[in-house]
Design a protein around this ligand. Structure first.
Ligand SMILES: Cc1ncc(COP(=O)(O)O)c(C=O)c1O
Length: 370
């Protein structure tokens, strides 16, 4: 048997095989990251089309070669304003942003302190940087402080955390982490991928708390309904990333359509800054409903609401049953989440009505006993 057949069979046995499924537009989608449904907003589509009309379909090169468009720089200014940071730099995706930021900031003599539930792109960025990585217990600031105090490295110390955690939907204690970073002379990188567009009038949780980490990373691909990523930071760090981030230097600039779409998404958000609050109100109603019927929702305080099932196969089977009721809620299994905590990850969008939410809760209640 070939190695790949053997390894795939092993994954299947453990209920961990992943397969690609075509999206069925008829399902009530509780798995999308298009939280504000902006990917189908007429103004967003229109601006993407205009960007193609004016600039073509591709940037034609890396930003440092011939691919730096005025659209890129316009969006960077708008993202800096949105997050209340001095400047911003666009990357090919949120994943590439985290990779580029961490590999530029950290090297062999440095130490990265990383929340145990940080997104894979932060984990991979930290590993790729060759820095020593010390993981602290999820959202545990005391543990983080102990790790920093017991670290005698003379290199740079960098704390890295998601603001909204992608599989729990809970929120990092950013005020305490920021205070600790300042007191201990650490750099702080906060990934706001799931908070941009939703919290802080769209600018994220750091903005809502009035804190300024060294770098905020984000994506254009979730609430902004487009594609791409960005780092918001000081002018100095922006220049540093332009010179040091290999995932920025050695890749083509984002295509005009993605930039046009993101610019229009920001216009929509700026013209109705409370849409994020409406989303979170609906999400709280949904989360309370799941809690009432006995599901652990992992401390979610955002539009991402997990319902922990535990067993991999049972989670898959509940996801399948939901689909029979025309509800899409993807099963999330290890290694994306810790062993024994397989779950359905629901994400709320502005399009979901109270009726939709009540329907999911009632189906979940039925399935719980199956
Ligand atoms: C917390 C977090 N950071 C970064 C990313 C990567 O963003 P992108 O999909 O733009 O690569 C994701 C999404 O998958 C995420 O959940």
């Amino acid at each position: 048997m070939s190695f790949e057949t053997a390894e795939l069979a092993e994954l299947k046995n453990r209920g961990l095989l992943r397969i690609l499924k075509l999206q069925d537009g008829n399902l009530l989608n509780f798995s999308t990251n298009d939280y504000l449904n902006l990917s189908c907003h007429p103004q967003v589509k229109d601006k993407a089309i205009k960007a193609i009309d004016n600039n073509g379909t591709g940037a034609g090169g890396s930003r440092l070669m011939a691919g730096n468009l005025s659209l890129h720089e316009e969006l960077e200014k708008k993202l800096a304003e949105l997050t209340c940071m001095e400047s911003a730099l666009i990357f090919g995706s949120g994943f590439l942003t985290n990779l580029g930021v961490l590999t530029a900031l950290a090297g062999r003599n440095d130490v990265i302190f990383s929340d145990k539930l940080n997104h894979a792109s932060l984990v991979d960025g930290a590993i790729t940087s060759r820095a020593e990585v010390r993981r602290y217990r999820h959202c545990d600031v005391e543990h983080l402080a102990d790790l920093i105090k017991s670290c005698d490295s003379t290199g740079r110390k960098i704390i890295v955390t998601d603001s909204v955690f992608s599989m729990n939907g809970d929120i990092a204690p950013l005020l305490d982490i920021h205070n600790l970073a300042v007191a201990q002379g650490c750099l702080l990188v906060v990934d706001e991928a799931h908070a941009i567009g939703v919290f802080g009038s769209g600018g994220g949780i750091c903005k809502s708390l009035s804190i300024t980490p060294d770098v905020i990373t984000g994506t254009l691909s979730k609430a902004l309904g487009s594609y791409g990523g960005f780092a918001a930071c000081s002018e100095r760090l922006r220049s540093f990333f332009i010179n040091k981030s290999r995932s920025f230097i050695y890749t083509t600039g984002l295509p005009p359509a993605s930039i046009g779409a993101a610019l229009a998404a920001l216009e929509v958000i700026n013209s109705s800054p409370s849409i994020g609050e409406i989303l979170i109100k609906n999400a709280t109603f949904f989360k309370d409903g799941l809690n009432k019927i006995g599901f652990d929702t992992c401390g979610s305080a955002s539009q991402i609401i997990p319902a922990v099932i535990g067993d991999n196969s049972k989670t898959l089977s509940i996801s399948k049953h939901l689909e029979e009721s025309r509800i899409l809620a993807v099963a999330i299994r290890p290694p994306t989440v810790p062993h024994g905590s397989a779950r359905l990850r629901f994400s709320l969008t502005l399009n979901h009505s109270q009726e939709d939410i009540k329907k999911v809760i009632s189906v979940m209640e039925e399935l719980k006993w199956k």
